[in-house]
Design a binder for this molecule. Structure first.
Ligand code: ZN
Length: 251
């Protein structure tokens, strides 16, 4: 594995425009449960009921009660993998982080350019009167078990800007992510099994555009053949090691 870490560091040290793509795997190391997979939340909950836009419109309470179960997780902390990615951005190597996660952990770790393909919990909109809120306005009450309610009109239809099932991905963000995949010279996947669109697509766009390809994931993926460097393991342990190597190479 040391050899692979060194190879990844060599690619990044030479890169002038690296892009990182992250999925649920990176947040799982912060304690946020994943949705798919064998211990995933969709084994226990019906996403159509608790996490679709039609479900939300039928019964916002079911969505919030489900979120309530994840409450402690919604206040999780970034882990060393998030910090390592932010450091690569400060070093001028990483130019963008594309993520499928809605937990804002990249921003909290210090990443500045984050393209959130599935939106985030950061802002909420009242579907009735269109008032907009910051999550921080509800966070304290939510911790005590109260679900968000519009302060202006009293509606319970206060929806976070996270993409629910049945909703389109934010088109502008998706467009920017595709542009980044096209222009990058290094593309590093962290914690994604690359099965869901557009995760399944972006690495191929980057590869076709000539980028060097790195993947750090807990398990092999179907897309492994297109990667120059494949590292199986915990991103929280591996990424800080890669950053250390990059620093040595740049000295
Ligand atoms: Zn309202």
């Amino acid at each position: 594995m040391e050899e692979e870490i060194r190879k990844a560091a060599e690619i990044l040290a030479k890169s002038k425009h690296a892009v990182v793509f992250t999925g649920a795997g990176i947040s799982a190391e912060s304690g946020i449960p994943t949705f798919r997979g064998k211990d995933g939340l969709w084994k226990k909950y019906d996403p159509e009921e608790v996490a679709s836009i039609s479900g939300f419109k039928r019964n916002p309470r079911a969505f919030w009660e489900f979120s309530m179960e994840l409450k402690d997780k919604l206040f999780a902390e970034p882990n060393p993998a998030h910090y390592a990615i932010a450091e690569l951005e400060r070093m001028g190597i990483v130019k963008a982080v594309i993520t499928q996660n809605i937990d804002m952990l990249h921003q909290r770790a210090g990443s500045r350019r984050v393209l959130e393909l599935h939106g985030s919990m950061d802002k909420l909109d009242c579907l009735d009167c269109h008032e907009t809120y910051d999550w921080s306005e509800f966070a304290e009450d939510f911790k005590k078990g109260e679900i968000p309610r519009c302060r202006k009109c009293g509606s319970y239809y206060v929806k976070p800007r996270a993409v629910l099932f049945g909703e389109p991905l934010p088109q502008r963000t998706l467009f920017e992510a595709i542009e980044e995949a096209k222009r990058c010279d290094a593309f590093m996947v962290v914690g994604s099994s690359l099965v869901v669109y557009p995760a399944a697509e972006l690495p191929y766009i980057a590869k076709k555009s000539g980028a060097k390809m790195i993947i750090v994931n807990a398990e092999p993926t179907m897309a492994d053949p297109i990667f120059d460097v494949k590292i199986i393991g915990n991103a929280g342990e591996i990424l800080p090691k890669i950053v250390e190597e990059v620093k040595k190479l740049r000295r």
